[in-house]
Design a protein around this ligand. Structure first.
Ligand SMILES: *Cc1c(COP(=O)(O)O)cnc(C)c1O
Length: 382
């Protein structure tokens, strides 16, 4: 059926009607008082999401642009960079640093595992000259949520900067930039912020500024000093995606109306229901429960059935769009997103489609078992 789709992949995610409505306004000028006032309001709201007093720059980029901004402004050729990798996006962050000539120390914890703090402590002790540490808050390729507070406490004792990829976590999972010692937090519009792709956000700590202002890597579009030069007038260095700024303000207003704590609690509930449903169907989760993501759930494909074939049935017959595996787990897993504009009935739809596709693929499924498990969670019975 035309226009009927259930977008349940970890980005882009569904956009709420009120955000679309805000973006249907005629585009305005970006060197105007109206834009400046809106820009200021947006950054004030973002500071509450990031839990920071640091400057936050809203830039017209995808999430990878935010990651490259962080690297281009802190890493010079031959700098030692410690990359804490738990999946495909951790690998990407490391690869950006490599592109800027970093000398990398890559620690790969494996797909489906989280960062082991004792290893981080040891690596930092062995390499006192590390300039930058790269970490992923929510590893979207595996549905693993890392202990950024724990990593932050270790890095804060060293001269190194902590750069965090929060592209799929911020807005779904609480993060405390100042308390946890995050020197740069990167995120983007199309995941938990309920917007189309196109905006990225980066915060910069006092500890980071010293490095940012003197960094030797070539940078132009990604230059944070260039962004900073015009921020006191709430201007942007280049033409921003003004339409997405309208949407971002509406999305942030929605999040504040719900209450940020309630937003995080909702994500935790949806994740718990999804995991309960998947387990009730006899499928295995990629991540252990103690560090499983609240923003998305990664599920191993059932024995003998290709995960991507199952996804094809789910998409073609039911219009439900899940994501597949990336990197090491390509073709082996299904990723179900429950982030941003997602609520209880979205989980019910996702699980229902999964059950029907499993039955059609010949997997011995008891129809309704997964849905019942999710319903038990929603009714507060488990
Ligand atoms: C989506 C994502 C990115 C990449 O963002 P793009 O907008 O596709 O450039 C980076 N890191 C994580 C953790 C992500 O989920």
């Amino acid at each position: 059926m035309q226009d009927k789709q259930y977008l349940m992949m970890p980005g882009p995610t569904p956009v709420p009607p009120s955000v679309y409505a805000a973006m249907s306004r005629p585009v305005g000028g970006h060197r105007t008082d109206e834009f400046a006032r809106m820009h200021k309001r947006i950054v004030e709201k973002l500071k509450r999401v990031f839990q920071t007093q640091n400057d936050i720059f809203v830039i017209t980029n995808s999430g990878t642009g935010a990651l490259e901004t962080a690297i281009a402004n802190t890493v010079s050729a031959r700098d030692k960079v410690l990359a804490l990798i738990t999946g495909n996006f951790g690998e990407r962050f490391a690869n950006i640093a490599r592109a800027y000539g970093a000398e990398l120390i890559e620690v790969n914890f494996g797909y489906g595992k989280d960062v082991d703090l004792s290893v981080v402590e040891e690596k930092l002790r062995q390499n006192p000259d590390v300039k930058v540490v790269l970490a992923t808050q929510n590893e979207t390729s595996t549905g693993v949520c890392n202990d950024i507070a724990g990593i932050g406490a270790l890095v804060a004792r060293t001269p190194a900067l902590l750069l965090v990829d929060g592209v799929s976590g911020v807005g779904a999972i609480e993060i405390k930039v100042d308390e946890w010692g995050i020197d740069m937090l990167c995120t983007a519009s199309q995941k938990a912020f309920m917007l189309p792709p196109g905006l990225a956000m980066v915060s910069v700590s006092d500890k980071a500024w010293g490095v940012v202002n003197n960094n030797k890597a070539p940078r132009f579009y990604f230059s944070i000093p260039a962004f900073k030069k015009v921020l006191d007038k709430w201007n942007t260095a280049y033409t921003p995606n003004v339409t997405l700024f309208y949407g971002l303000e509406a999305a942030l207003e929605m999040m504040e109306a719900e209450g940020l704590d309630n937003v995080y609690t909702r994500h935790a509930l949806l994740a718990r229901a999804t995991r309960a449903a998947v387990k009730a169907l006899g499928l295995r989760l990629l991540a252990e429960e103690r560090y499983a993501s609240n923003a998305l759930t990664a599920v191993w494909g059932p024995e003998g059935i290709a995960a991507d074939d199952l996804r094809k049935i789910i998409k073609n017959k039911y219009g439900v769009i899940f994501a597949g595996g990336q990197g090491e787990v390509k073709g082996k897993i299904i990723r179900i997103a429950h982030m941003g504009f997602a609520d209880k009935m979205d989980v019910i739809i996702a699980v229902s489609a999964l059950e029907m596709a499993l039955a059609e693929a010949g997997y011995p499924v008891q129809l309704g078992a997964g849905i019942a498990a999710a319903q038990e969670v929603f009714l507060g019975r488990v």
